[in-house]
Design a protein around this ligand. Sequence first.
Ligand code: PMP
Length: 340
Amino acid sequence: MDIRSDVMAAIGNTPLIRLNGASNLTGCEILGKAEFLNPGQSVKDRAALYIIRDAIESGALRPGGTIVEGTAGNTGIGLALLANAMGFKTVIVIPETQSQEKKDMLRLAGATLVEVPAVPYRNPNNYVKVSQRLAEQLAKTEANGAIWANQFDNVANRQAHVETTAEEIWAQTDGKVDGFICAVGTGGTLAGTAKGLRAHNPNIKIGLADPEGAALYHYYKDGELKSEGSSISEGIGQGRITANLEGLIVDHPYCISDKTALPYVFDLLENEGLCLGGSSAINIAGAVELAKTLGPGHVIVTILCDYGTRYQSKLYNPSFLASKGLPVPDWMQRESNIKA
Ligand code: PMP
């Protein structure tokens, strides 16, 4: 018998899938970790579980308590589902620019949703800061207390990837992994997986796939937090060194444009049956760059962060793509596929 005792036990142990187009193009084995197969359909379930467990263990989160978080959506979805399974409540603060599908899922999962205008981190009304203030207020008024999950600076997030994502990749590749690369939202996935893999083999090369509009490419290249451009990807694109990123050494930083990245996920859907979100596109394009840097014959792992239906109204909508001046694949323009 192989039975998971509850939804918490169904998180992780996701398969590694060979990305055939990207592998054949580069002569490397480019492998995607299928994080969209987690119960909340994203990589963020891992962080949500570790953050909740840590808060329970420290005594901060009491039975019936409320978990408050600022999120682009995926962490909130993970928290809300786990909260239902463990008897907590969730209040989720989300920038209003994030996809309707993620907001709908949050409401479906029972979270109280607070939508705020998308403003930079330095603005006191940024979603992260609003969530912190809300948590402080609710800690005083809620009968069973409230905590702020604080995924950006709570290193329980990174620890999830040290203990699970990295260990799984090491075992799944029989220790043959040469490089790991992904984008950064909080930095938990990149820094945690890098730390865990380097503990097995310090020579593994770590890459950063930074979308346009983020500041980390310049930081890891020449020490300056500087950004230009923008991206339609959601959940990634960081402008500061979060606590989760502290101590991370990046061997190969790349700045990836949407124009370069999106064709990879369009091709994967059309030719390989994988339906992925925009951050996966940045990751795969980054993996191709890392493959070019390392040369043929290497094993490179990246993260397939979430499922594409979460962005059907944007990334997979020809009118949205056209409005952003982005390439629309031929198959999406077939009449039966065009959205009214
Ligand atoms: N992709 C998506 C779709 C996400 O929601 C997130 C998290 N915000 C990431 C990638 C980045 O993961 P991390 O927070 O671990 O850097």
